[in-house]
Design a protein around this ligand. Sequence first.
Ligand SMILES: Nc1ncnc2c1ncn2[C@@H]1O[C@H](COP(=O)(O)OP(=O)(O)OP(=O)(O)O)[C@@H](O)[C@H]1O
Ligand SMILES: [Mg+2]
Length: 340
Amino acid sequence: MEGEALRALRQQLRLSQSELKDALNRELSRSYDKPRISRWENGREPIPEEVARSVQALAQERPRHARILVLANQKGGVGKTTSALNLAAGLARQGQRVLLVDLDPQATASVALLAERHVEAWRQGRTMAHVILREQPVEGAILPRGDALLAPQTPFDLAPSHIELAETDSRREPGFDVALREALEAVRGRYDTIVVDAPPNLGMLTVMGLAAADAVIIPVRTEPYDSMGVGLILSTIGKVQRRLNPALRLAGILPTQYGARKSVDREVLEQLVAIMAGRAPVLEPVPASAVFGHAARNGRIALEVSASSPAVGVYARLAHALAAGAPLPEAVLAPLEASA
Ligand SMILES: Nc1ncnc2c1ncn2[C@@H]1O[C@H](COP(=O)(O)OP(=O)(O)OP(=O)(O)O)[C@@H](O)[C@H]1O
Ligand SMILES: [Mg+2]
C-alpha cells in the first residue's frame, strides 16, 4: 500500500492520525505513535503488510451510503462510457468502493470489461436487463472485483448491460422511471460511489438514471453541433428535478476530445462557459487522445494503463475532487499562444 492510499482510507474512515494509531494499536497489539502514521502517509517509511491489511479491513466494514453519479447526454459518441470507466477507476484508486452500472443496451462498457464473456453474464442472469425488466435483485446482477467473468485488473464492481435492456422504452408500468433508484437502494450501503453509464437518447433508461442519481455530469464534445444539443439534456434534467428527483444536482459539463490548439474547439468551450455561467461549472476539458481508444481495444481502462498521459490526468483530478468532496476542476480559458 502507498502512503497516499493510506491517507485516503484514513480520511474515508474519518479518523485523525492519532485515532488511526489507537485503532491499529488495539487491533494489532502494537505501540505505534502518531509521527509513524505521518511517515507512512508521506511515503518516508514503508507501510507494514499487517497495517495495510488492517486498515483495508476497517474500510471494508465501514457502513456507506453511495453517491450515485450518472453520465448522460442524448448525443452519441461524446465520451459517456469513456468517462464512466475512467472515473470509476479513478475513484477506486482513491480507495473508494465503486460500482459501475451499465445502463446502455449497446453495452459498450460491459463488452470492454467482459469481452466475449458478456454472453456468459447474460446466461447466468447477471445483467441490468434482469434487474429492470425481470425485477431481479441487483445483488444478483453484480460482478464483484475478481469475478471470473470480469477483466482481472478491473478495480471496481460491474453490473453489466445486455441488448434486451432496449425493451425498457416500450414497457409501461406505474412508477417505472424510479425502478433503478429502487433497485440500487439495496446495495447503496456497500459502495462509496455508484457510476451509471446512460445510453445516447432521452428515453426511459436515461430518465431512470437521472431519477436515481445524486449528481449528473454531461460529457460534451467541443464541436459546434454537439454543444447545441446541451439545451436538450439540460431541459430533461430540469424536468426530472421538478417531477421525480429534486435532489439531483448538475455537477458540471465535461468537454471531451478537446483540441486546445483548434480555434473551433476554443470558441465552443468559450460559448459553453458563457451559456452555463451561474448554472453549473464547465469542467476542465479532457484533451483528444488516442489512449482511450487504444485502452478500450485491449479491454483495459486508460487510467489504469496510461496513467501518465495528460488526457488521463484530467479524469484522475476529477475523481480526486469527487472523492474528496472538493470543488471540481474547472475549464480555464487561457489566451491562445502566438504560435498557434
Ligand atoms: N478524450 C478523448 N479523445 C479521443 N477519443 C475519445 C476521447 N473520449 C472518448 N473517445 C473515443 O470516442 C469514442 C466514443 O466514446 P464513448 O464510447 O465514451 O462515447 P459515448 O458517449 O459513451 O458513446 P455512445 O453514445 O455510443 O454510448 C470511442 O471510440 C472513444 O474511445
Ligand atoms: Mg456509451
